[in-house]
Design a protein around this ligand. Structure first.
Ligand code: SAM
Length: 298
């Protein structure tokens, strides 16, 4: 598909380039914030699975740059972004290249806060989708578990957590488990997220870990073979709790599933705001070249 045709078919892709966002995902965080004001009063924030960085850009533009522009650099929030992939720099964002499922990365994130806690943790993590729904949902759940482990170490009581989820058949169980840590959990589907996509976002507010909660207990929380009874006394793991669902973003605004005509015939398609720093195709091409060289040598 040509760039211009994608511009026409995907309004958020086009708008992202026009507004200087590295990815169309920026609109998802912006629309979640419109509905839930999750950025209000935030001073410390962690962006997990952040590359190429459009959510970090939102955090920088909405939280960091205003403090600088107001001449109050001392009030500038701390923003820590983590991804497996390297990311081009973003003003006011400290980057960690690492795997969020590893303890090493979790400790690196924690060390950046020097004992202070974060007000918000966001995670837009997605595994490389295989198309096998059960497998994709499982890996996604592992990413949420890893994100939650970091949350339990860095989030202040009362803080918020936003994470991408796949709405598969285990989703109800995941929501009920989140409700053990957050009394207020809503499923959000921003306008900019295509209806055809099974992704949605859990918006978890008012972090309230149960008394005597040990973060290590989390491993058992998402593992159906382990009972949560040890940590929760009377709580049954299979308990299903009703979680509200909210479509967010201006409902009469752009629809991610619709095609929009370009503004005029002379419309110039824009280049991506930030080309990939380490695209997978680069190593694939190098690998292909290398194997061709070997074949010629035979
Ligand atoms: N929020 C980002 C933005 O706005 O630019 C987009 C995130 S993208 C949809 C998903 C990211 O999850 C990818 O960059 C991928 O490298 C990252 N990811 C997947 N598994 C990860 C892991 N175990 N640790 C760290 N990052 C991971």
């Amino acid at each position: 598909m040509g760039k211009a045709s994608k511009d026409k078919r995907d309004i958020y892709y086009r708008k992202a380039k026009e507004e200087g966002w590295r990815a169309r995902s920026a609109f998802k965080l912006l629309q979640i914030d419109e509905a839930f004001s999750i950025l209000e009063g935030v001073r410390h924030v962690v962006d997990l699975c952040a590359a190429p960085g459009s959510w970090s850009q939102v955090l920088s533009r909405r939280l960091y740059l205003p403090a600088l522009q107001a001449g109050r650099p001392e009030d500038a929030p701390k923003i820590v972004a983590v991804d497996l992939q390297p990311m081009a720099p973003i003003e006011g964002v400290t980057q960690i290249q690492g795997d969020i499922t590893s303890t090493l990365t979790a400790n690196q994130v924690i060390s950046h806060f020097h004992g202070e806690k974060a007000d918000l943790v966001v995670s837009d993590g997605a595994p490389d989708v295989t198309g096998l729904h059960d497998m994709d949902e499982f890996v996604q759940a592992q990413l949420i578990l890893a994100a939650l482990t970091i949350v339990t170490h860095v989030l202040r009581p009362g803080g918020s957590f936003v994470a991408k989820v796949f709405r598969g058949k285990e989703a109800a169980l995941l929501y009920s488990q989140l409700k053990i840590l957050f009394p207020d959990v809503t499923i959000a589907k921003p306008k900019s997220s295509r209806n055809s996509s099974i992704e949605a976002f859990v918006v978890c507010r008012n972090y309230t870990p149960p008394p005597n909660f040990r973060p290590e207990a989390l491993q058992g929380l998402l593992d159906r073979t382990t009972s949560a009874q040890d940590d929760r006394g009377e709580q049954t793991l299979e308990e299903r709790l009703l979680v509200p669902f909210l479509a967010c973003g201006d409902l009469s605004g752009y629809d991610a599933d619709q095609s929009y005509d370009l503004p005029d015939d002379n419309y110039q398609s824009l280049d991506p705001v930030q080309p990939p720093t380490a695209p997978a195709y680069r190593s694939a091409l190098a690998f292909k070249k290398q194997s061709q060289g070997k074949l010629q040598a035979v």
